[in-house]
Design a protein around this ligand. Structure first.
Ligand code: FES
Ligand code: FE
Length: 433
C-alpha cells in the first residue's frame, strides 16, 4: 500500500547517507526492504540472464532468473532470443522445470497447457472437454520482458519499458565493459553453470566486486595465500597503478597487469593462461584501443545490480537474491571462443581452484559475508551504522588517463556509488506500483 511504501522510503533515505558514506545494515536484512528491492531494483534494471553460447540452436533454452522471478531464455527459430516469465498463466506453476535443454514447446506439468518457444499459449489441454475454445489464448501467453540486449554475447533483459538503452545504462563505465567483453573472436562460457548458496545478502558480493580490493591484503593473505608453495610466498605488491571506475551504480577496479614475474598472479591464473592472454593483447588492442586494452588487463567489477566479473580468473557470475538473508551465486568460466582447447581446460580448472564454490579465494570471501550476516541477527547490530568512507576526499583521476569518475584503486568510491544508486532507485516508484 502507499502508506507502507512511503514508510519504507523514509527508512531507505535514513539508511544510506551518500554524502558522508554510511550504511544502515538493515538494508541487508529487512524483509520489507527486500520486497521493495525486488520491485524497484530488479524490476527495473537491465539484468544478465544468459550467455548466448548456452543456447546456440533453435529450441535451446536456459532457465534463468531476474531477481526472484524465474525466466526462460529461449533461442527462436529465426535466431533471435526471447525472454519470458517461467510461470504458467493457468495456476502459476513453472512452464519448464529443467535448468537447460532443448525443446519444441513448453508444456506445464500441472494441467498440461502448452506454450511455444516465444512463450505464447498455443494449446489448452483437453480443450474440447473443458471448453478451452472459449478462452482467448492470445491473451494468456507468458509475460515477456520489455527489452532484450545482446552485449558481446552476454544476454541482458529488463522488465522496464522506459529503461534507457543498455549502452546508456552503463553511463561513463561503458569504456571498461566494452574493453572487457569485446574480445577477438568473441567469448563463450564453458563447463556449465555452478550454483551454490551463501547465507548472506546479495549486496555483499556485488559491492565487493564493484569496489573492494582493500580486503585482499588481510582476508586472502591470512588464508588462501598462506597456502602457496615455497618460492611463491606472498609479498606486498607496490601500490596499484589502477583506478576505481564508477557510474550509475556500476563499479570496478581496473589496472594494467602486473608483470609475468609476479608469481601470485601466475599462480592464480596459471602461467600458460597468462602467456595466452599476453599473446592476444595486440588483437584485443586493435578492437578496443590501446589504452582500454592496457588498463583493463586486470579488472574486478560489478555491473549494477548483480553481475560480477573477474577476468583474471575468467569468472562471470550473478549474485541471485534469495530472500534478504541469502544469495545463490551462479558462476561460469568465461573464455575466448578461439582459445586453444587446453587453455580453456586450464581456465576451467583454475577457476575451480580460485573463484568457485571450491575456490580458495571464494571461500575466504563468502566467510566474511556470512559472518556479517550472522552478526546482523542481533537487533542492536542491525541498527549500528557501517563506515563506508575510505577514499572519501578523492574524486578525480589526477593522471587524466582513465575515463569515468575514477579514484585510486584502494577506495570505497565505487561502493558509495553502488549504494547511492541503489538508494535512488529504491526511492522511485515503478510504473503501475
Ligand atoms: Fe499450468 Fe495448470 S498450472 S496448466
Ligand atoms: Fe576476495
Amino acid at each position: 500500500t502507499p502508506g507502507v511504501r512511503s514508510a519504507l522510503e523514509e527508512k531507505v533515505a535514513s539508511l544510506i547517507d551518500s554524502e558522508t558514506g554510511t550504511i544502515g545494515p538493515e538494508i541487508y536484512a529487512d524483509p520489507y526492504l527486500h520486497e521493495l528491492e525486488q520491485e524497484r531494483v530488479f524490476g527495473r534494471c537491465w539484468l544478465l540472464v544468459a550467455h548466448e553460447s548456452l543456447i546456440p540452436k533453435a529450441g535451446d533454452f536456459f532457465a534463468s532468473r531476474m531477481g526472484e522471478d524465474p525466466v526462460l531464455v529461449v533461442r527462436q527459430k529465426d535466431g533471435s532470443i526471447a525472454v519470458f516469465l517461467n510461470q504458467c498463466r493457468h495456476r502459476g506453476a513453472r512452464l519448464c522445470r529443467a535448468d537447460l535443454g532443448k525443446t519444441k514447446a513448453f508444456q506445464c506439468t500441472y494441467h498440461g497447457w502448452t506454450y511455444d518457444l516465444g512463450g505464447n499459449l498455443v494449446s489448452i489441454s483437453k480443450s474440447d472437454a473443458v471448453g478451452g475454445d472459449r478462452i482467448d489464448k492470445s491473451e494468456w501467453g507468458a509475460i515477456k520482458v520489455a527489452k532484450i540486449h545482446n552485449f558481446y554475447g552476454l544476454i541482458f533483459a529488463t522488465w522496464d519499458e522506459d529503461a534507457p538503452s543498455f549502452e546508456d545504462s552503463l553511463g561513463e563505465t561503458r569504456w571498461y565493459w566494452e574493453a572487457m567483453f569485446n574480445r577477438p573472436g568473441g567469448t563463450e562460457v564453458i563447463g556449465g553453470v555452478q550454483k551454490w548458496e551463501v547465507p548472506a545478502n546479495w549486496k555483499f558480493g556485488a559491492e565487493q566486486f564493484a569496489s573492494d580490493i582493500y580486503h585482499f591484503d588481510y582476508t586472502h593473505v591470512a588464508s588462501a595465500l598462506a597456502m602457496m608453495p615455497e618460492g611463491m610466498e606472498y609479498q606486498e605488491p607496490p601500490p596499484l597503478e589502477g583506478r576505481q571506475f564508477r557510474d550509475r551504480g556500476h563499479g570496478g577496479v581496473a589496472t594494467p597487469m602486473v608483470e609475468m614475474s609476479d608469481m601470485q598472479t601466475a599462480m592464480a591464473m596459471g602461467m600458460e593462461v597468462m602467456r595466452y592472454n599476453q599473446s592476444t593483447r595486440d588483437a584485443h588492442a586493435k578492437l578496443v584501443g590501446e589504452q582500454a586494452a592496457k588498463q583493463t588487463q586486470f579488472v574486478h567489477a560489478n555491473m549494477f545490480p548483480n553481475m560480477g566479473i573477474l577476468p583474471l580468473n575468467q569468472t562471470l557470475r550473478i549474485w541471485q537474491p534469495k530472500g534478504p538473508n541469502a544469495m545463490e551465486v551462479w558462476a561460469w568460466t568465461l573464455v575466448d571462443r578461439d582459445a586453444p582447447e587446453d587453455i580453456k581446460k586450464q581456465c576451467r580448472i583454475k577457476t575451480q581452484m580460485t573463484f568457485a564454490s571450491s575456490g580458495v579465494f571464494e571461500q575466504d570471501d563468502a566467510e566474511n559475508w556470512t559472518e556479517i550476516q550472522r552478526v546482523l541477527r542481533g537487533t542492536k547490530a542491525r541498527k549500528t551504522l557501517f563506515n563506508n568512507m575510505i577514499g572519501a576526499n578523492e574524486s578525480k583521476d589526477p593522471s587524466g588517463k582513465y575515463p569515468g569518475r575514477t579514484d585510486r584503486a584502494q577506495s570505497e568510491a565505487a561502493s558509495r556509488e553502488f549504494y547511492s544508486w541503489w538508494r535512488d532507485l529504491m526511492l522511485q516508484p515503478v510504473q503501475g506500483e
